[in-house]
Design a protein around this ligand. Structure first.
Ligand code: CAA
Length: 267
C-alpha cells in the first residue's frame, strides 16, 4: 500500500491501522489535500483489506497535542466558489461514508479541539475515545457557514435532534464532561498516550472475535440507523440468516459446544 502522503500518516502495527492527520501548524485543519489523501488511502485500504489481511481495527487521530482536527480549512474556503464548496463537502462526506463502510471497527481518538469538520470526522467513526482536554462543537454558523461533512445529519442521530440544534445554532464548545454525558464520547482518558493505548487494547480484544461477524454487525447497525424499525429488523434478519453460511459462525458455535477457543478466519 502507498503510505507516502504529505498531510496524513499511516501505519499498521499488530493488525491495527492508524491514520494520523498531520498538519500541526494548522491544528490539522482539513484542507482539500487532507481529504484527497484520506480518500485515496481509504479506497486502497478497503480494496487491500477485504480478507482482513492488513488490519482488523483502525484508529483515527491527530498529530497535534492541542487538536484532533480544528475543522475544515477556513483559509482555503475563503477562496472557494459555490461549486467548489459543494465538491469539497462531497469529498469530505465521502470520507465519512468510507469510515462507515470499512469492514473493521474505527475508533476516533480525540485530543484537544474537534471542531466543525473535526467533530464530523470523529462522528463518522464507530465511536469516540477522548482525553480530558477534548473540545467538540459545530461552530460553522460563527463563520456564516453550516456543517458540510455530515454534521447536520450525524450529530442529531448521536445526541438527539434538539440537543444537536441547540449546539449548532450557538456554535458553542462542548467540553468533555458534557460530551460524555450526551453520548458523543464513550470513554475519557487522562492523556493522549493512555487513550491510544486503551484503543489498541480494545481493538486487540475485539479482534479475537469473528472479524466477519463484527463487520456484519457494523454494517447492519449503520444501515439500520437510516431505516424505520421494521426495515431495520428486516435487514437484521437477512444478515442473521446469511451469517449461517459463514465459516466463522460454524467455528464459533462448534468451539462453544466443544469447549475450546474458536479459530476465526474472517469469512
Ligand atoms: N482552518 C485553517 N487554519 C486553522 C484552522 C482552520 N479550521 N484552525 C486553526 N487554524 C490555524 C490558525 O489560523 C493558526 O494559523 P496561523 O498561526 O498561521 O495564524 C494556527 O492554526 C493555530 O491556531 P490559533 O492561533 O487560532 O490557535 P488557538 O489556540 O488560539 O485557537 C482554535 C484554537 C480555538 C481551535 C482556533 O484555531 C479556531 O477557532 N479554529 C477554527 C475552528 C472552526 O471554526 N472550525 C470549523 C471550520 S468550518 C468547517 O469545519 C466546515 C465544515 O463542516 C465542512
Amino acid at each position: 500500500m502507498n503510505t507516502n502522503y504529505e498531510t496524513i500518516l499511516f501505519e499498521v502495527e499488530n493488525e491495527i491501522a492508524t491514520i494520523t492527520v498531520n498538519r500541526p501548524k494548522a491544528l490539522n485543519a482539513l484542507s482539500h489535500q487532507v481529504h484527497s489523501e484520506i480518500n485515496a488511502l481509504l479506497k486502497e485500504f478497503m480494496e487491500a483489506n477485504k480478507d482482513f489481511t492488513i488490519a482488523k481495527g483502525m484508529i483515527l487521530t491527530g498529530a497535534e497535542e492541542k487538536a484532533f482536527i480544528a475543522g475544515a480549512d477556513i483559509k482555503e474556503m475563503t477562496l472557494m466558489s459555490a461549486d467548489e464548496a459543494e465538491a469539497f463537502a462531497r469529498l469530505g462526506q465521502d470520507n465519512t461514508l468510507l469510515f462507515e463502510l470499512l469492514n473493521i471497527p474505527v475508533i476516533a481518538c480525540v485530543n484537544g479541539y474537534a471542531l466543525g469538520g473535526g467533530c464530523e470526522m470523529a462522528m463518522s467513526c464507530d465511536f469516540i475515545f477522548a482525553t480530558k482536554t477534548a473540545v467538540f462543537g459545530q461552530p460553522e454558523v460563527k463563520l456564516g457557514l453550516i456543517p458540510g461533512f455530515g454534521g447536520t445529519q450525524r450529530l442529531s442521530k448521536l445526541v438527539g435532534r434538539n440537543r444537536a440544534k441547540e449546539i449548532t445554532y450557538s456554535g458553542r464548545n462542548v467540553a468533555i464532561e458534557e460530551a460524555k454525558e450526551i453520548g458523543l464520547v464513550v470513554s475519557v482518558f487522562e492523556s493522549k498516550e493512555e487513550m491510544i493505548e486503551a484503543a489498541k487494547v480494545y481493538l486487540s480484544k475485539a479482534m479475537r472475535n469473528s472479524p466477519h461477524a463484527i463487520y456484519e454487525a457494523k454494517r447492519v447497525m449503520n444501515e439500520g440507523n437510516d431505516l424505520t424499525i421494521t426495515d431495520g429488523l428486516n435487514v437484521e434478519a437477512k444478515a442473521f440468516g446469511a451469517i449461517f453460511n459463514s465459516a466463522d459462525m460454524r467455528e464459533g458455535t462448534a468451539a462453544f459446544v466443544e469447549k475450546r477457543k474458536p479459530v476465526f478466519i474472517g469469512k
